[in-house]
Design a protein around this ligand. Structure first.
Ligand code: GUN
Length: 300
């Protein structure tokens, strides 16, 4: 068997087109332009790349994009003052503080200072609680993207066995909540899980989000299962004569693709969906803030 490759780039382009349509309607019918503010503290090169591509994608969707680049030694007081200003700015519907923050800043405190209605990352404790209790919330972008791809592939997820490998607050835990919300039987596996291969072999859906290169081999995968690989790991590829480094997921793609029914590649799988879902969350937040209909298919 050879798995269907779930093309995240193509899927993300579809989501972004839907977002753009909704933005056009908000602008033309209501005179409202959704606005996203991204806050970056310091000069971490990877964060700078992310922030730039978020800004570009926001513009391309027809939304207002604002970037706040703060000095690495910005005080907590000044950062909180900026968040307060953005919370009270009616032209801003989404606020994202790029993580990680410099060590002297308390991430929890900063994230929880964002108005939950503008928390397009879905990291605020209120949104975590709302998601956990099955209420309307802002949903973290990466798990939302995974859910969209799973719904598109399966139609209904009801009754399927889902194993999420990884228990992070950003991916593993919200992913498990979303799958439970779609009536999957959910297991969260992690580094202490006993007989992990056997646990994964029971899954109709595997979501790998551990951050360990090619950790899940094909012989852990149930034939025909759907495999969503959230990992992005840069490995040394010298020995294989493939140049200096290459990007791989948490799943060993070559062996898993022989067994799975469908699989996301790395790169070009979950990655492009994360920014698409950030745009989706911004347009959702804007619609809710104005008491308007939410974009269909772009929320959990
Ligand atoms: N840094 C890496 N990924 C993310 C993300 O999804 N949101 C934020 N705010 N920071 C990040």
């Amino acid at each position: 068997m050879s798995a269907k490759i779930i093309d995240g780039k193509e899927f993300a382009a579809r989501v972004r087109a839907q977002v753009k349509d909704h933005v056009t309607r908000l602008v033309n019918d209501h005179g409202i332009t959704p606005g996203l503010a991204v806050v970056l503290v310091g000069e971490d090169p990877a964060s700078q790349v992310y922030v730039r591509s978020k800004g570009k994608a926001t513009h391309e969707a027809g939304m207002k994009s604002v970037e706040h680049k703060l000095d690495i030694d910005t005080s907590e007081k000044d950062l909180l003052a900026l968040i307060d200003q953005l919370n009270n700015d009616a032209t801003i519907h989404g606020i994202l503080v790029q993580l990680p923050l410099p060590k002297h800043l308390n991430e929890d405190l900063v994230i929880n200072a964002i108005d939950p209605a503008k928390d397009v990352d879905g990291f605020h404790i209120s949104n975590v609680g709302l998601l956990g209790t099955g209420q309307k919330s802002m949903v973290p972008c990466t798990p939302l993207g995974c859910l969209m791809m799973l719904r598109d592939h399966h139609g209904s997820l009801s009754g399927l066995n889902a194993v999420v490998v990884g228990r992070s607050n950003i991916v593993g835990k919200p992913m498990a909540q979303l799958l439970l919300g779609d009536s999957c039987t959910v297991t969260i596996a992690h580094s202490r899980t006993k007989d992990l291969p056997e646990v994964v072999r029971g899954a109709d859906i595997v979501v790998a989000a551990v951050g360990r290169a090619e950790m899940v081999p094909g012989d852990w995968i149930k034939p025909g299962a759907t495999v969503i690989d959230v990992g992005i790991n840069r490995i040394d590829a010298h020995e294989k004569g493939e140049g200096k480094t290459r990007l791989v997921g948490d799943v060993d793609f070559a062996s898993a693709a022989k067994v799975a029914g469908a699989i996301t590649p790395v790169p070009g799988g979950v990655g492009p969906m994360t920014i698409a879902c950030l745009l989706a969350n911004t347009v959702t937040a804007c619609s809710r803030a104005n008491g308007l209909e939410e974009p269909e298919g772009l929320t959990a």
